[in-house]
Design a protein around this ligand. Structure first.
Ligand SMILES: *[C@@H]1O[C@H](CO)[C@@H](O)[C@H](O)[C@H]1NC(C)=O
Ligand SMILES: *[C@@H]1O[C@H](CO)[C@@H](O)[C@H](O)[C@H]1NC(C)=O
Ligand SMILES: *[C@@H]1O[C@H](CO)[C@@H](O)[C@H](O)[C@H]1NC(C)=O
Length: 427
């Protein structure tokens, strides 16, 4: 009996190693905690026993992690390691020279939840006390995937994008230069009404048929993508909220390969197989940090309407939820879609799509609830039109810190407007 148990445990152990799951994104990855994507999981230095901490992302070697054979490596030969293998909430993480089959160095990455579990132990990498201060050492804690302190999205620095970020990717993320209408660039930007991209078909075809290989079409030349030709956009509404940027509007998207009459579909960072739609599509922006990657985003596009939202922060998965893929723009992103209006506004965040009080509706369940009301917006600035224009050079650009119009480009610094409290005098 005992030997049977032992044999079972051994098989279990083998199965555990064989079950290692890695992110869909490949190469050297940043691991960014959901509460603040400006921070990165970092090795304090390159010595055995060095603490694993959060630090402001710099893209240095101590923040570039590679998932291989169940381990999470840094500096080539060091592994993310549970100190002393102590299976207890609060045990801190360190790096240690990798050794084969060291159970303290085996990790399971959930590409659905973006959690990193100590393989087979039910404990996850956890941002200790939710403390984002540089130097805070991370720990293991019982996995609970709704806890933003356990969500570690994998990403890239804008200055070190891979050629391809996912297996099976048709195009590339390493885009630069003037761009052309046969570019296969799959890196998109969302900065403002005049500087954004939409993913669209690479060749004439319905959105549903081409979503896996969609390419970036942008209002700016100079980042290596295709252009949204003048005359395509016929209404553009940009809104910045503390938790996302969003652009909604109308146009003639037959000019970017969508057949007339195609009601379109959804694109997002994570499709049914865990890869993006398009596979390897990445979205960046300057609103919440210079060249910051948006890990959670959702776009709908049809022959005559579009909407795209890119989210950051602890509610990013809810606010950019993309499970309602047949519900279209208006239901997912209630907002202004008026034609012939081009504007940039600040706004309040929406109620997360599908959430009604304490209950969540799932697509297909009858009856279908109405969309949420469009959130209030303010401080709108109207533009005469939005056309194709060159990306200004960084130093001379009047638009460079365009988003600074809305205050400090950092979500943490967003100040909710205060309503003066009535005083005895005013009552
Ligand atoms: C590495 O970090 C640890 C902990 O912070 C420290 O004790 C050690 O001196 C550092 N080693 C080097 C070589 O900097
Ligand atoms: C947050 O982490 C920093 C760095 O380790 C530490 O100095 C600070 O005391 C922590 N703050 C709290 C409230 O625990
Ligand atoms: C597109 O429209 C913009 C104005 O929105 C204009 O500056 C630009 O020259 C136009 N480009 C072409 C190729 O017509």
């Amino acid at each position: 009996m005992l030997s049977k148990i032992r044999a079972f445990l051994m098989l279990g152990g083998i199965a555990i190693f064989a079950n290692a799951q890695t992110p869909e994104f490949q190469g050297e990855l940043l691991l960014q905690p959901q509460p603040n994507n400006l921070k990165c999981l970092s090795a304090a230095n390159n010595t055995d026993g060095a603490p694993v901490v959060v630090q402001t992302c710099t893209g240095a070697a101590n923040q570039k992690w590679v998932f291989t054979q169940g381990t999470v490596r840094v500096f080539g030969d060091k592994c993310l390691d549970v100190t002393e293998g102590l299976n207890q909430d609060g045990t801190k993480l360190q790096i240690w020279t990798c050794s084969p089959n060291n159970a303290n160095q085996q990790w399971f990455y959930s590409k659905w939840d973006n959690t990193v579990a100590w393989t087979g132990r039910g404990k996850c990498i956890d941002l200790t006390d939710g403390n984002l201060t540089d130097g805070n050492q991370v720990q293991i804690w019982g996995c609970w995937n709704l806890n933003p302190n356990q969500v570690w999205s994998t990403g890239y620095r804008i200055d070190s994008l891979p050629d391809k970020s996912q297996n099976g990717q048709s195009g590339t993320n390493r885009c630069s230069g003037a761009g052309s209408q046969d570019s296969s660039c799959q890196t998109a930007w969302i900065n403002s009404a005049t500087d954004f991209c939409l993913f669209g078909p690479p060749i004439v075809g319905t959105v549903g048929d081409t979503e896996r290989s969609a390419v970036a079409y942008c209002t700016k030349t100079g980042r290596g993508s295709r252009a949204i030709p003048n005359g395509t956009l016929q209404g553009v509404h940009f809104v910045r909220t503390p938790e996302y940027v969003q652009i909604t509007g109308v146009g003639d998207f037959t000019k970017i390969n969508i057949p007339f009459g195609d009601f379109g579909g959804e694109m997002d960072n994570r499709g049914a197989d865990g890869k993006g739609n398009p596979i390897g599509g990445l979205v960046f922006g300057d609103t919440f940090g210079s060249g910051l990657q948006y890990h959670e985003w959702t776009e709908f596009i049809s022959y005559n309407q579009f909407c795209i939202r890119a989210c950051i922060g602890p509610r990013s998965k809810q606010l950019c939820n993309h499970i309602y893929d047949v519900m279209g723009c208006w239901w997912n992103m209630p907002a202004n879609y008026a034609a012939n209006v081009y504007e940039e506004c600040q706004g309040n965040p929406a109620i997360p799509m599908g959430v009604y009080g304490t209950s969540t509706w799932y697509q297909g369940v009858s009856p279908t609830p109405p969309p949420h009301p469009a959130p209030a917006s303010s401080s709108c600035r109207t533009l005469s039109t939005v056309g194709l224009s060159p990306l200004a050079t960084p130093d001379s650009s009047p638009e460079k810190r365009h988003v600074a119009d809305f205050g400090d480009a950092h979500v943490r610094d967003y100040v909710v407007p205060r309503i003066p409290r009535p005083t005895a005098d005013s009552l």
